[in-house]
Design a protein around this ligand. Structure first.
Ligand code: FNR
Length: 382
């Protein structure tokens, strides 16, 4: 029985072909950012208080008028269909059952409407990549709004894809082209191969208005890989605001000045993130960038964090430094790879129990207490 996120990671490695596992697990270039995300979390020591009543721990947080049962949600991750056919619906259903939101990626392999219908309730958010043909974004927003998606997450740290050397070495690119190396890789994971054969090869179905219009893979791939709209600037937020009246968050902000610009351009929230170390390898860890951003805009909007959260103590650390809540990317994917929807639920439960245990050990009974105890979070001098 897995008892840590790392155990699920190991299971995922055994379940998936190498090129899929490394696509999920890997980061950009030397992976120094990926490493810093973890190392900087671990440097933060938390000071416990004793002899406090912690019989009941309130793990909930309020976000944009909703109550999340737990202080974390599932981050948007594209291409979940290569892990499991129907992976997004499994993630969304597990999140709904756990009382937390699920963020669907633009690069999902399931239609936004289907994911929402199959989630069986709960809250779904949409993550948006704006590509050169802006009509694609307009279509997606219209559909997501019609389907009942609650908030919009505009990812701003992918003006171009990061250089992920592991994918390059494995020969994993989109559109997918079989090579002898990949065929060997797939042959060693017959369970995965069988599922893919039954489920059909994943496509980017959200880039078209109707399923019948689904763009040929070549076109979709070039849209996703090479045609990010690099003319997107702060002024473009006005265009987005005109299309979306729900909460709008910017994901991938690390500079406090950018957080201030986000606030003054009408964003409702910030996700401090370096994309899990998959974009700019020289970027700082998310947790080290958090305090400056909270100082700057924390009184104006909720600040969230992702990148490197692997246990309850990390969630507490982020909250102690001012995050309202966090998002997890890979942990949920490791769960999905090792056990489908049940694997995701198990991972969420593990994080929830770990969070509660850490709170009790710190003598805290709610997230309000954590912020007051912010002085307790001491980045340890290296
Ligand atoms: C991502 N991430 C991401 N972000 C986004 O805005 N749109 C996307 O389509 C994707 N796709 C994606 C795929 C995979 C396989 C991973 C691992 C990540 C980034 C994601 O939302 C989040 O920022 C990180 O995953 C957070 O770091 P951890 O929790 O994985 O360490």
């Amino acid at each position: 029985m897995p008892i840590t996120i790392d155990d699920y990671r190991l299971r995922a490695r055994k379940a998936l072909p190498r090129f899929v596992y490394e696509f999920i697990d890997g980061g950009a270039e030397y992976e120094t950012c990926l490493g810093a995300n973890r190392a900087d979390f671990e440097r933060i020591r938390l000071m416990p208080r004793v002899l406090r009543d912690t019989r009941r721990v309130d793990t909930s947080v309020d976000v944009f008028g909703s109550t999340w049962r737990l202080p974390f949600a599932l981050a948007p991750t594209g291409l979940n269909g290569v892990i499991r056919p129907g992976g997004d619906a499994m993630l969304a259903a597990a999140a709904a059952e756990s009382g937390v939101p699920f963020v669907l990626s633009t690069a999902s392999n399931q239609r936004a409407e289907d994911v929402r219908a199959q989630a069986g309730g709960g809250e779904q958010w949409l993550q948006l990549y704006v590509m050169q043909d802006r009509r694609l974004a307009e279509q997606m927003l219209r559909r997501a709004r019609g389907a009942g998606y609650r908030a919009l997450v505009l990812t701003v740290d992918v003006p171009v894809g990061g250089n992920r050397w592991r994918d390059g070495r494995n020969g994993f690119r989109i559109p997918f082209r079989m090579t002898p190396r990949l065929a060997w890789d797939v042959a060693r994971r017959p369970g995965w191969a069988l599922r893919m054969l039954r489920g059909g090869l994943p496509r980017f179905v959200n880039l078209a208005e109707r399923p019948a219009d689904a763009l040929p893979l070549e076109v979709q791939a070039s849209l996703l890989a090479r045609s990010m709209d690099r003319s997107l600037t702060w002024d473009s937020l006005r265009w987005l605001r005109g299309l979306w009246d729900g909460p709008l968050l910017l994901k991938g902000v690390l500079h406090a000045e950018d957080a201030a610009l986000a606030a003054s351009h009408g964003a409702d929230g910030i996700i401090v993130s370096n994309h899990g170390g998959r974009q700019l390898d020289a970027a700082p860890s998310s947790i080290s960038a958090l305090p400056g951003i909270v100082d700057r805009v924390g009184d104006r909007m909720p600040v969230f964090l992702d990148s490197g959260v692997r246990g309850g103590a990390d969630i507490v650390r982020a909250q102690a430094l001012g995050a309202r809540a966090v998002f997890v990317g890979r942990p949920a994917l490791y769960g999905l790879a090792s056990g489908g929807g049940k694997g995701v639920l198990d991972v969420i439960r593990l994080l929830a129990e770990d969070y509660e245990r850490n709170m009790i050990l710190l003598g805290l009974d709610s997230a309000c207490g954590i912020r007051k105890a912010a002085a307790l979070a001491q980045p340890h001098a290296p």
